[in-house]
Design a protein around this ligand. Sequence first.
Ligand code: AMP
Length: 423
Amino acid sequence: MEYKAIRGTRDIAGELATYFNYLEEQARKIFAGYGYSELRTPIFESSSVFLRSLGETTDIVAKEMYMFEDKGGRSLALRPEGTAPIVRAALENNLIEPNIDTRVFYQGAMFRYDRPQAGRYRQFYQIGAEVFGNKNPLLDFEIIKIANDIIINMGITDAVLHINSVGCRECRPAYLKVLAAFLNNLQTDELCPTCNKRKDTNILRVFDCKIDTCKKVLQAAPRVLDHVCGSCSTDFLKLKEYLNKQKISFIVDEMLVRGLDYYTGTVFEILTDKLGAQAALAAGGRYDNLVQELGGKKAIPAFGFALGEDRVVELLKPLNLPLVKKPLIFLLTTDIAKHNEQIFNNFDLIEELRAKGVVVTYNSTGKSIKSQLRTANNLGAYKSVFIEPDGSFSVKDMITGHQQKIVKSEILQAIPAIYVKKE
Ligand code: AMP
């Protein structure tokens, strides 16, 4: 029987793993600079955490959630996104209070049963952040800036920020009525079957339709920005002012609605034109009612974003990032029969090199020198250190091929020093 990774999942190894790690390390540094601390939540939750928050008619919940019953008969779901679990955890651990900013970030795997294609996986990875406490566009700006900083820091300079407002509890219901009136005035065949259904279930999502005929018809639809209340409108204006002040360019995209029910007010996406249909690198928005909907005693306004690591990493491949590899030293013995013994006789040296930040490795099976050197080359070793049968040493520079005898006490100084100069 041949075992394979499940459709829509993949193994992340080698260079790909290096890119993921680099992105995560850089993001962590950026979060630290803004005072965000990490919150790790389990990868599965009670299904109700998502049913309550994302909305039962949203695609994620209705079609894409991995739900299962555990052996105790509980209905559980693999998390399809990070915000609802973070809100659940923040409430459970008393991390949030009204009017006191709480800043958290997360990183990890998310799961959605969607049709796999380039840039779309069933297990994918997100980095995200949430700020709780206040309804202040300064925080909308902060989160958008962080998402933007992470992307720019990766060397991706041509992604475009789209912003919109989807209105709040006060103004959205009236707008949805106007939109419904517009859609109900159309002939049934002017919209695709899915949009005809959306009219009754999740009306804002008609703006997400990728079908040309729907897109064309919706050009004439009433726009939410023309119907938002004074508070949403002022916050949106302020956000635009802050983005302009910080010279972050953006497009007001009145078709941008986001897929989840919990959003209120400002929403955003950062899009690339390099990944075909899967254009969104990061996305998020304000959600002022979710805390209370998930059991909070008071409404605590919040704003958050999630960035798709798989997609950002896809763009990193051609960018030649400055990935600094630690120097790697390959240890060889020339007397195969005494391989283990000679390695252990020099464990003091090995440990000292490792303590200096040098990677030290060797073959565990006694092999010919030629084969050991081949391994050293494949691993990208900078130097190979030969332990000769009489216990003496020589060092081979794997780049120039030059080999010379060296006394043990000098290896420690010689190797890192040479490498640091090279860096
Ligand atoms: P969303 O919550 O759908 O807005 O997702 C936030 C970000 O996660 C998106 O902008 C994508 O970059 C990424 N993302 C969402 N779904 C997937 C998926 N199935 N595969 C890979 N990345 C995804």
